[in-house]
Design a protein around this ligand. Structure first.
Ligand SMILES: Nc1ncnc2c1ncn2[C@@H]1O[C@H](COP(=O)(O)OP(=O)(O)OP(=O)(O)O)[C@@H](O)[C@H]1O
Ligand SMILES: [Mg+2]
Length: 248
């Protein structure tokens, strides 16, 4: 089998005197979709910030294709819970922002906006967008640098249920067509199971209560998936059990 795209090893990560993450390893293969679920405060966003190169105060290492990373990399795109668009820049300039301000005329912007269903919105300002549209722009911006890995931290939690399902399908088709791997943090177990090849369950563990990955579930259900699939429902039970075991 080929070497993983990403290898992360965190021996420990502290905030003040508290241990937030401990003895945590994570590998992601090229094109793989992995979800990370776990109770609030267990360190999921901390882990994503480390992977994004935004937090370098930890003991451990991040390897991409076997090469040690230091700081943010154009090979990793990040999509947060809120779209974080710059209000004074047009949609097109926001998408191209990784290349610098006001680069919206880059030819890739048009094709990315078409892919996310916003071909007609390139001149709009963020205040003219609905929440779902704004998150589509954030997804297009995340893909702009043609990353090998997209990191998404609860990206669809602020939109309504129908929009959320549409955005999930959009994400699936985009990561497939771009050959991008994705690591998604979510509190929605159905979302994790519908989208992912693997779901990782993270919980506070041991005496320190530091976050660790305690269970890994392979979602070997054929695609396209039916959200009502019985196997998905039984895996959901397994995840609930894993979460229940730590919250009692
Ligand atoms: N900058 C910081 N300074 C001090 N403590 C922090 C900081 N950022 C996070 N923490 C602590 O680290 C722990 C993990 O936080 P984190 O945001 O990673 O959790 P999470 O799993 O993403 O939670 P949620 O599901 O609520 O988003 C929490 O206890 C939090 O209080
Ligand atoms: Mg979080």
């Amino acid at each position: 089998m080929s070497a993983p795209l990403l290898d992360l090893r965190v021996s420990d990560k502290h905030h003040d005197s508290r241990t937030i993450l401990e003895r945590l390893t994570l590998s992601i293969r090229r094109g793989e979709i992995v979800s990370l679920v776990g109770p609030s405060g267990c360190g999921k966003s901390t882990l994503l910030r480390i992977l994004a190169g935004l937090d370098r105060e930890f003991n451990g290492e991040i390897l991409i294709d076997g090469k040690r990373q230091q700081g943010p990399s154009s090979r990793i795109g990040v999509i947060f819970q809120e779209p974080r668009l710059l209000p004074w820049l047009s949609v097109a300039d926001n998408v191209a922002f990784p290349a610098g301000p006001r680069r919206g005329r880059d030819p890739r912007v048009g094709s990315l906006l078409a892919e996310v269903g916003l071909a007609g919105a390139r001149a709009y300002l963020p205040k003219q967008l609905s929440g779902g549209m704004a998150q589509r722009v954030a997804i297009a911006r995340g893909l702009f640098s043609e990353p090998d890995l997209l990191l998404l931290d609860e990206p669809f939690s602020a939109v309504d249920a129908m929009t959320r399902m549409r955005l999930q399908d959009l994400l699936l088709s985009l990561v497939r067509s771009h050959g991008t791997a994705a690591l998604l943090v979510t509190h929605d177990l159905d979302e994790a199971l519908y989208l992912s090849d693997r779901v990782l369950l993270m919980t506070p563990s041991g005496k320190s209560g530091a976050g660790r990955i305690v269970r890994e579930i392979d979602v070997s259900v054929e695609r396209p998936r039916d959200r009502r699939d019985v196997l998905l429902a039984s895996l959901r039970g397994e995840l609930l059990e894993g979460l229940g075991a730590v919250t009692v």
